[in-house]
Design a protein around this ligand. Structure first.
Ligand code: PLP
Length: 370
């Protein structure tokens, strides 16, 4: 049996005919950028998350960049996030002159540790923004993070790029920050067929600014540019497909949760550390990340048995070559650094079959001589 890490083609199989009809309609419509389809997606996505506004953009990276700049951040301003996220969380803003700082994570959820955040904000005086990441689809501790940020006058941008539909205390992630961001990269829980992303907010001011920034600083009138902006317009075709796929997101998330439940049933007595779901969390398992002291050997054993796995992410951001100039060193964020050495992402996607999960689990048990 061959088990892929992701299978984006088979994930949409049961609605492929519907998607093809939508694609044909858009091809004949003559409208390919923004348009009423993007507006319609923005409305249904905002309603799904339960926020007032959504702004479709070119990628998750652009959503963070435009979201952050819409808050009024500028070159030289400092922002804090975690070291164990995808590089886009920092590079989206650092390429615009903003300076990333990091705080360590908690070992249970792999997300921002509010105590570490508090410690950092006590010593670093002019941090303007905090970016908690809902990593792997598990929400960060938003109440504590918002409380710390409020007391220190720091704005919050949620990086929910991996967490469409996840709940923190029964409320969707994306509703807590001043602004929040999602990616529609093809492997994400809600995905398109190329790059795409969306910003959500309850603030009319941020909505207006982000809408201008995504389209060369243009407001309502064509060729009237109010601010310097970017070209980060969501394609009509992607928006139309995403709108249809959004109707299936909760069902797909529940399939992911079922797969996680099955892995847990099969693997809970192995030496692996399995992902935690905090009592206040609804995890949407964008990734199913386990920890092993024998990480390299286990990955090799699984590869030898045709099971694909990955590491999300092998090098913490503060130790990346690109950020050498920031002056961080190994040992600065011990929890994240230890976790990163042990993590393995097992196959996880809605169309993953039960017998495939059983096969992956059997291989892992064999590896441990069980
Ligand atoms: C946590 C996180 N932030 C940001 C991004 C950037 O999204 P995109 O790839 O759509 O630019 C991703 C996607 O890979 C991500 O996983």
């Amino acid at each position: 049996m061959i088990v892929k890490m992701f299978d984006v083609e088979s994930d949409h199989k049961d609605i492929k005919e519907e998607l093809l009809i939508i694609m044909k309609e858009i091809l004949s419509s003559g409208e390919y950028i923004l348009s009423k389809e993007v507006k319609a997606l923005e409305e249904v996505f905002a309603a799904y998350i339960e926020v007032k506004y959504a702004i479709g953009v070119g990628s998750g990276n652009d959503a963070i960049k435009i979201g952050g700049l819409s808050l009024g951040l500028k070159s030289g301003d400092k922002f804090v996030t975690v070291p164990n996220t995808y590089i886009a969380t920092t590079m989206s803003l650092s390429t615009h002159g903003l300076i990333p700082l990091f705080c360590d994570i908690e070992a249970e959820t792999y997300n921002m540790d509010p105590e570490q955040l508090e410690n950092l904000l006590k010593t670093e005086k002019d941090v303007k923004l905090c970016i908690p990441v809902h990593l792997y689809g598990h929400p960060a501790r938003m109440d504590e993070i918002i409380d710390v940020c409020k007391r220190h006058g720091v704005k919050v941008l949620e990086d929910a790029c991996q967490a469409h539909g996840a709940l923190y205390k029964d409320k969707k992630v994306g509703t807590f920050g001043d602004v929040s961001t999602f990616s529609f990269f093809p492997t994400k829980n809600l995905s398109c067929y190329g790059d795409g992303g969306i910003i959500v907010t309850d603030s009319e001011e941020i909505y207006t600014k982000a809408t201008m920034l995504r389209a060369y600083g243009q407001a309502e009138k064509k060729h009237v540019h109010i601010v310097e902006g970017f070209n980060s317009r969501l394609d009509t075709i992607q928006a139309a497909l995403l709108k249809r796929k959004l109707e299936h997101l909760d069902r797909w998330n529940n399939k992911r949760r079922h797969i996680a439940w099955l892995y847990e049933k099969e693997l809970s007595d192995t030496p692996l550390i399995l992902p935690d779901e905090a009592p206040w969390a609804f995890h949407v398992y964008h990734l199913y990340v386990v920890r092993s002291k024998e990480r390299e050997e286990l990955m090799q054993y699984l590869a030898d048995h045709d099971v694909s796995t990955l590491i999300h992410y092998p090098t913490p951001i503060h130790l990346q070559e690109a950020y050498k100039h920031l002056g961080y060193k190994a040992g600065d964020f011990p929890v994240a650094e230890q976790v990163v050495k042990e993590i393995i992402s097992l196959p996880m996607y809605p169309s993953l079959k039960e017998d495939e999960v059983m096969y992956v689990s059997k291989c892992i048990r064999e590896f441990y001589g069980m």
